[in-house]
Design a protein around this ligand. Structure first.
Ligand code: 13P
Length: 244
């Protein structure tokens, strides 16, 4: 799966151009492997455009609020996301963990809400630079994965995004990604979880490196930030998938 995480970027004009570009460049089978996660305010229009342009790309939200908190100014819960065309939701992105201090108990509530609404989850994990330097990577990842055991999810992907690789141009090297993905697969499958769709890698992915990353057996997809904003570059990444 190729996940375009636009973060806090984009406009209605860009959305229309981007989706038209995807429709012209990618065949239906490749479109089915794509997931667009624009800012939530564009999801409804994205859904309309996908129908109008007869595209097969899926939609996801970048965040969800727990439905257990009924009075939450500015909140958007899973049923609202569903009603505007979202099939997936990203939970646990390092930017939200760092900036909004989202910790395990809140993330667990978010996972439960996604599960209750039948949303598919992209659950992000990753170590910081200092954690990597202190040889804490595997401990941190196992700790972050623990809450997955506490909730019955529908279909879910794990996104491994080393924090030091996000937006820095320092893509993790191939051996490192291979090693870490194997460890994550062992950990998640040891819970004997149904619905596990595999692991995608994220962190400074572009079309110059995507083919090498996708050639790693344990990599089932890519979570792409900056490089997903340009339709041509995003499509180039999808087209480097030598598994087609
Ligand atoms: P970049 O691809 O810009 O490094 O962002 C990765 C990311 O955080 C995607 O969720």
């Amino acid at each position: 799966m190729f996940i375009a995480n636009w973060k806090m970027n984009g406009s209605l004009t860009m959305l229309e151009e981007w989706l038209k570009g995807v429709g012209k460049t990618l065949n239906k089978s490749l479109q089915k492997q794509c997931l667009l996660c624009p800012p939530v305010c564009f999801l409804s229009e994205a859904s309309n455009l996908i129908s109008k342009l007869n595209l097969s790309i899926s939609l996801g939200a970048q965040n969800i609020d727990p439905s257990s908190i009924s009075s939450l100014t500015g909140g958007i819960d899973g049923s609202m996301l569903r009603s505007i065309g979202s099939e997936f939701v990203i939970i646990g992105h390092s930017e939200r963990r760092d900036i909004f201090k989202e910790g395990d108990s809140l993330l667990l509530e978010k996972l439960k809400s996604a599960s209750e609404e039948g949303l598919k989850v992209v659950f992000c994990i990753g170590e910081s630079l200092s954690e990597k330097e202190q040889n804490q990577t595997l401990n941190i990842l196992r700790q972050q994965l623990k809450i997955i055991k506490k909730v019955e999810l529908n279909e879910f992907m794990i996104a491994y995004e080393p924090v030091w690789a996000i937006g820095t141009g320092n893509t993790a090297n191939i051996d490192y990604i291979d090693k870490i993905h194997k460890e994550i697969i062992d950990e998640v499958t040891s819970y004997q979880k149904e619905g596990f769709l595999g692991i995608c890698y994220g962190g400074s992915v572009d079309s110059s490196i995507s083919k090498d990353i996708l050639s790693i057996k344990g990599v089932q997809g890519l979570l792409i930030g900056g490089a997903s904003l340009e339709c041509e570059e995003f499509c180039n990444i999808v087209l480097t998938n030598n598994r087609n």
